[in-house]
Design a protein around this ligand. Structure first.
Ligand code: 1GP
Length: 255
């Protein structure tokens, strides 16, 4: 399956999509739980499974989780690596991401240089993505040594996102941090969306359908949730429905 093509075609048809994030940290979930989450994500209407996390990721467990999930679902499995230990040959594609607002060159280009030959060897489809962390940033911000963008300054995130677009990245991800107390406010996404043409992915702290709908209306093309998928199937459904409602309004607009 060509995953980038699949995403763009579905975005064109539906206006917006929901992706479910599974954190493959063996101290947090076991394989059975990951399979259950993936199944419920597909049944709820999620368009893809993302797999990645900041800590505790090892390739052996990652391979095992992905192979097990693959037996359960047909939607694509996309790696969302926090480092080179997040690469698995079993996935359908990898977000080849650069943490643009890191203070550490390793997270901007170092890990990518180490990972690129592995990705080539595994024959994984690499989908270039600019990753931007907004305050508080949670574990991803701390581990990635980000200088989180202040909420008061969406124009800084917009400038980063535009730079990502000009560098040829296919998506830009605005990350509030997994488990963040509050999601990104719509005004923040609206500002970035008014500047860039590439699809915007948002994630971190999204826990209800209304929030998801408002973020899509503000310009998000893809909404990612992780924590809620671990906790409540009903809430996950509500969020996917929120994304759909927002998507209907955005259909035909830029993806
Ligand atoms: C992490 O933004 C995602 O990259 C998911 O965050 O776990 O808060 O849904 P949550």
């Amino acid at each position: 399956m060509q995953v980038y093509k699949y995403i763009m075609e579905r975005l064109k048809e539906e206006g917006a999509l929901h992706f479910t994030l599974i954190d493959p940290d063996p101290s947090k979930i076991d394989v059975e739980k990951a399979m259950e989450m993936a199944k419920s994500a597909e049944e709820s209407g999620s368009a893809a499974i993302m797999i990645g996390g900041s800590l505790g990721v090892c390739e052996k467990f990652l391979d095992h989780v992905i192979l097990s999930i693959k037996r359960e679902v047909r939607i694509p499995i996309i790696l969302f690596p926090g480092n080179v230990n997040g690469i698995s040959r079993e996935a359908d594609a990898i977000f080849f991401m650069s943490l643009l607002n890191s203070e550490d060159i390793y997270y901007i280009i170092g890990a990518q240089v180490i990972g690129a030959p592995i990705i080539k060897q595994y024959g994984l489809e690499a989908i270039p993505m600019g990753y931007i962390i907004v305050e508080p940033g949670e574990a991803a911000g701390f581990i990635g040594r980000a200088r989180p963008i202040p909420l008061k300054h969406p124009e800084i995130a917009a400038a980063f996102a535009l730079a990502a677009q000009y560098m040829g990245m296919k998506f830009v991800y605005l990350e509030r941090g997994s488990g963040a107390e509050k999601p990104l406010p719509p005004y923040f996404v609206r500002k970035v969306s008014s500047i860039v043409d590439i699809p915007i992915i948002v994630g971190g702290g999204i826990r209800d359908g209304r929030t998801a709908r408002e973020l899509v209306k503000a310009g998000a093309s893809i909404v990612v949730t992780g924590t809620i998928a671990e906790e409540s199937r009903d809430k996950l459904k509500e969020i996917v429905n929120g994304v759909r409602e927002g998507g209907l309004l955005r259909r035909g607009a830029k993806t």
